[in-house]
Design a protein around this ligand. Structure first.
Ligand code: G3I
Length: 380
C-alpha cells in the first residue's frame, strides 16, 4: 500500500535538547484505576516520564499500540514496554481473515487469544482488527466476499470474543474506500465491486452477533480535506441513514510530513467537525509519522520534526473530540514501513534513506524518543 500522505511539518529546525532522563524505564507498575476520571481527581500526574497510559488516563483518554504476537512471545523488553505504556492494543495481523479463518469454516484463535491474554494480564483493552479487508485474506476468499462467507466469518470471529473481558471494539470494515478515484465504480468511492448495501449488511450482521462492542469504520488518508475523506464521510452518512450501528470513525493516521507537503489543518479539523455532527467518535487507530525527503541534515533534527508533528497533530485531535490514540507499533525496531514488502521504492533504492524511517515513539533499542515526550505532553 504505497500511499503517501501530504502533510507539512510545522517543525522548526531547533536544537535538540537533552533527550531523556535517567530511569525512564523504571518499572513503576502502578496501574491506573479502571475509572480514568477518579485518577484525574485523586492522582494528578505531572511528569512526562510517567507511563503514557497513566498520563492519558488522567485526562480520561487512552494510549495504545498495535502488537505483533511473535515479538510479544520472543522479546521480553518489547512486552514489558507495552505493558508499561499502553492501556489498549490492536493485534497487528492475528485477527485478520487469514489469521482467524484460513480454511472455509475452520477457525483458529490461538495467536489472537495470546494477545487477548496479555491484555487481560496487564489490564488493557483490545481493539479487534479486522473483519473485512481486501488484504491478508486467504486465497479462497474473493474481494468482496459473498454475503454467505461474511455471515459465517463474522459469526465465527465475533462470536468467539462475545464474552471477552478485553475485546471491546471492532474494525468492522477496513479500507473500503478506493485509494484513488479510478479505483471505484460507485458514488461512495468504495473499492471496485463493493456495494454500499454489502457494507450495510456487514454492519447489520455484526450487530446481530454482538452489539455490545464499539463498531468502527477504519481507513487511511482521511486526515485532511481529500477525495478520500469526502467519500469516507459520505459512506459514514449512508450507514447512519440506513439504521446501522456505527460508533467510531477509525482515522488510521499513517502520516507523511515534509516541508514540501502542506498539512491541511483546516481540512482535518473540518473532518473532525463533520464526524461530530454525524455523532461518530473519531479514534486514532494506526498513528505513525514519517518525515519524507528532503531530509534534515541530522537524525536529531528529524526526530525533533517528528516530535513536533506528533504534538501538533494530537492537539488538533484532542480539540476535535479524540480520546483514544493507538500508534501502529511502539518501537522503530518493528515498524511496518521498514519491511521490504511495505517500504516505498525510493527508500529501497537508496538504503542510506532507511535510517530516516523513525515513525514511532521508541527507537530500535526501546529508548524513548522526542516523539514519546511529545505524545506525553499532548496528553498532559
Ligand atoms: O508471519 C509471517 C512470517 O512467518 C514470515 O516469516 C514473514 C516473512 O515476510 O512474514 C510474516 O507475515 C507478515 C506479517 O505482516 C507479520 O508481520 C506478512 O508477510 C506481511 O504481509 C504482514 O504485513 C502486515 C500488513 O498489515 C498486512 O497484513 C503488516 O505487518 C501490518 O503492519 C499491516 O498493517 C496495516 C493495517 O492492518 C491496516 N492499515 C495499514 C497497516 C500498514 O500497512
Amino acid at each position: 500500500m504505497p500511499y503517501r500522505r501530504k502533510f507539512l511539518t510545522r517543525a522548526g529546525y531547533t536544537t535538540l535538547s537533552a533527550l531523556l532522563t535517567m530511569g525512564f524505564l523504571q518499572k513503576d507498575k502502578q496501574r491506573e484505576d479502571q475509572s480514568t476520571n477518579s485518577i484525574a481527581a485523586n492522582n494528578p500526574i505531572k511528569n512526562v516520564n510517567s507511563p503514557l497510559r497513566q498520563l492519558a488516563a488522567a485526562k480520561g483518554k487512552r494510549y495504545g499500540t498495535a502488537i505483533d504476537g511473535d515479538f510479544l512471545r520472543k522479546e521480553k523488553d518489547y512486552a514489558d514496554l507495552i505493558a508499561r505504556e499502553c492501556s489498549i492494543a490492536t493485534p497487528n495481523g492475528e485477527l485478520k481473515w487469514a489469521g482467524t479463518e484460513p480454511e472455509p469454516g475452520k477457525f483458529t484463535f490461538e495467536s489472537a487469544d495470546a494477545i487477548a491474554n496479555f491484555c487481560q494480564k496487564h489490564n488493557m483493552t483490545m481493539h479487534g482488527h479486522t473483519l473485512f479487508w481486501h488484504l491478508s485474506k486467504p486465497d479462497w476468499v474473493p474481494y468482496p466476499p459473498t454475503l454467505k462467507m461474511l455471515e459465517r466469518h463474522v459469526n465465527g470471529v465475533m462470536g468467539h470474543y462475545r464474552k471477552s473481558p478485553v475485546l471491546k471494539s471492532w474494525d468492522i470494515a477496513n479500507e473500503i474506500i478506493a485509494d484513488t478515484p479510478d479505483g471505484t465504480d460507485n458514488r461512495y468511492g468504495l473499492r471496485r465491486g463493493v456495494k454500499p448495501e454489502l457494507i450495510r449488511d456487514l454492519f447489520l450482521i455484526a450487530a446481530e452477533v454482538d452489539r455490545n462492542k464499539k463498531f468502527c469504520l477504519n481507513d487511511f488518508g482521511i486526515e485532511g480535506a481529500t477525495w478520500k475523506s469526502d467519500h469516507y464521510l459520505k459512506m459514514v452518512e449512508y450507514l447512519k441513514n440506513n439504521g446501522v450501528k456505527l460508533d467510531w470513525a477509525g482515522l488510521q493516521s499513517h502520516l507523511w510530513f515534509s516541508k514540501n507537503y502542506p498539512f491541511d489543518e483546516k481540512g482535518f479539523s473540518s473532518v473532525l467537525k463533520r464526524l461530530k455532527d454525524l455523532e461518530v467518535k473519531p479514534v486514532i487507530t494506526e498513528l505513525d509519522i514519517i518525515i519524507d525527503t528532503p531530509f534534515p541534515d541530522s537524525i536529531e533534527k528529524l526526530d525533533k520534526m517528528i516530535a513536533d508533528s506528533y504534538k501538533r497533530f494530537l492537539e488538533l485531535c484532542f480539540a476535535g473530540g479524540v480520546d483514544t490514540v493507538i500508534t501502529w507499533g511502539i518501537t522503530d525496531r518493528h515498524t511496518w514501513i521498514r519491511y521490504p514488502q511495505w517500504m516505498p521504492q525510493k527508500y529501497k533504492d537508496n538504503p542510506e534513506f532507511q535510517k530516516f524511517l523513525r515513525p514511532l515513539p521508541f527507537d530500535e533499542n526501546l529508548k524513548p524518543k522526542l516523539a514519546r515526550k511529545a505524545i506525553a505532553q499532548a496528553f498532559q
